[in-house]
Design a protein around this ligand. Structure first.
Ligand SMILES: CC(C)(COP(=O)(O)OP(=O)(O)OC[C@H]1O[C@@H](n2cnc3c(N)ncnc32)[C@H](O)[C@@H]1OP(=O)(O)O)[C@@H](O)C(=O)NCCC(=O)NCCS
Length: 173
């Protein structure tokens, strides 16, 4: 569990998260996950997508971030697929009320840890070219652009980003 301290980086108007927990996503989280999903994406997954991932896909790992001061409120989530030695981020989202509180960073670090534990040597993802928040987050965590996937999102190109988990320094961001 991380102690993020009393102050948020961006000051007033944001909830303070004193105790942020990370654990695997469970069936009982899905209503809160779906609320965040629909607030976060133009083409959200439906609930069956998450059920398939957490119940039936043994080559995946989905984590939720919890504000433990609010009865374990789900404030974000992220997932990866284990594809041999590569881990691929399938989704990552933080409730808009909790943006810029460090939740996304904590999730990325936790997903990297899980990937290393499973023996993955690199991690990849796709991100919309226009998604500055996500690009900044991933760059801060050492990901670099390896290629562009034209029209990946039908209305926009994707940047393919990648990190070598072996070369990365051991300190967490
Ligand atoms: C992308 C997302 C997960 C980031 O989560 P977050 O919890 O706000 O991220 P953090 O608070 O850990 O911030 C990480 C860094 O990104 C920066 N950042 C956050 N929002 C930003 C924005 N709109 N523009 C530029 N940088 C931004 C933060 O300032 C921080 O960098 P810093 O420490 O150098 O200041 C969140 O914005 C989100 O859920 N977006 C909608 C869903 C989405 O786009 N998911 C990604 C799909 S690839």
């Amino acid at each position: 569990m991380a102690n993020l301290g009393d102050e948020n980086k961006n000051g007033s108007g944001k909830p303070k998260i004193k105790r942020l927990g990370i654990r695997p996503m469970k069936w009982g989280d899905l209503n809160q996950v779906m609320e965040i999903e629909t607030l976060s994406f133009m083409r959200p997954w439906n609930i069956n997508g998450f059920i398939m991932e957490i119940v039936f896909n043994s080559l995946s790992c989905y984590l939720v971030a919890l504000d433990k001061t609010e009865k374990e409120k789900v404030v974000g989530y992220g997932g990866i697929w284990f594809m041999s030695q590569r881990a691929h981020i399938t989704t990552l989202a933080v409730h808009p009320r909790y943006h810029n509180c460090g939740v996304g960073s904590k999730l990325v670090n936790s997903l990297k840890q899980r990937a290393r534990y499973r023996g993955c040597t690199r991690m990849t993802l796709e991100v919309r070219v226009s998604n500055e928040a996500a690009r900044h987050l991933y760059q801060k965590h050492g990901f670099t652009v390896s290629s562009v996937s034209p029209d990946y999102y039908y209305d926009e190109d994707a940047l393919v980003m990648e990190i070598n988990l072996l070369k990365e320094r051991s300190e967490q961001v």
